[in-house]
Design a protein around this ligand. Structure first.
Ligand SMILES: [Zn+2]
Length: 283
């Protein structure tokens, strides 16, 4: 039997699964997202160059990928540390940090944040979209891409499970068909409510109420063992420091609304504690 069996690999070492508690399964604590910069229309260029301020915050919230400074989440380690302590005070225990090579993945900073906050951090690995690949990455063979470096060893096991992540299913019928496959179904943009989705203007981005209705549907259809939730914070404006919802939004705001909409405490414990634990524990 592998020494990993029955344990969870965090950036500070192996832990007992019961230690995780409420777990967010897709967040970022260090990241740069320059690869997704969308130049603003000419009439908005001045706004996009200003520092983040109250007077341009609404514009940044609606055009998050058109403001270069907003894409530098890796500059906010101290604010993120405070927000992790707040997440902990609200009942949070762990999170999966999904930043990959090429977008400022920084395991040393994750270790420091885990040590200083007591939050268990599980680090993702691997590579992101083509625009983030260095010439070194492009020169690698498929076998080399799959093989972990020593530095990556602490987290490569997680990437084995995340490599088949599928973007988003909006259609209700397709969602239920997909759920039947037995994979995990993650709602990971809680807190994001956009009028215009810059990555795909054809889509009306769901809001938190719609996400909650979808979770309720999946629970009603018997899939409560398959649901995961997170915020996928990857820009500055979503931090509390900049008037955003922060890493505790699900626990402080979404959970009470889910209870109000008939999702039971028992189902919520599965979604926030049991399901991540099952997913992250080595068999
Ligand atoms: Zn992400």
């Amino acid at each position: 039997m592998s020494p990993l069996s029955g344990k969870v690999q965090t950036v500070l070492g192996l832990v007992e699964p019961n230690k995780l508690g409420r777990t967010l399964t897709h967040e970022h604590l260090t990241m740069t997202f320059n690869c997704s910069y969308h130049p603003p229309p000419p009439s908005h260029e001045a706004l996009s160059r200003e520092p983040i301020m109250m007077k341009n915050l609404f514009w940044i919230q609606k055009n998050p990928y058109s403001h270069k400074e907003n894409l530098q989440l890796n500059q906010e380690t101290e604010a993120i540390k405070e927000e992790l302590l707040y997440f902990k005070a609200k009942g949070g225990g762990a999170l999966v940090e999904n930043t990959t090579t090429g977008i400022s993945r920084d395991v040393q900073t994750l270790k420091r944040l885990a040590e200083e906050t007591g939050i268990h951090i599980i680090s993702g690995a691997g590579f992101y979209v083509d625009a983030t690949h260095t010439s070194e990455t492009r020169a690698m063979s498929v076998e080399q891409v799959k093989r972990p470096t020593i530095f990556d060893r602490i987290c490569v096991y997680v990437s084995k499970y995340t490599e088949a992540r599928i973007r988003t299913i909006h259609d209700k019928k397709e969602l239920l068909e997909f759920a039947q496959l037995g994979c995990y179904l993650e709602y990971d943009l809680f807190g994001t409510e956009l009028l215009h989705y810059q990555f795909n203007p054809d889509i009306d981005m769901p809001d938190d109420n719609k996400r909650i209705r979808r979770v309720r549907l999946l629970v009603d259809e018997g899939y409560e063992d398959r649901i995961l939730m997170a915020h996928d914070i990857h820009t500055k404006h979503r931090l509390m420091k900049y008037g955003g919802h922060g890493y505790s939004h699900i626990l402080t705001n979404v959970v009470p609304k889910m209870l109000l909409r008939g999702i039971t405490e028992n189902a919520l414990d599965k979604i926030l504690i049991e399901n991540p634990k099952q997913w992250l524990t080595f068999k």
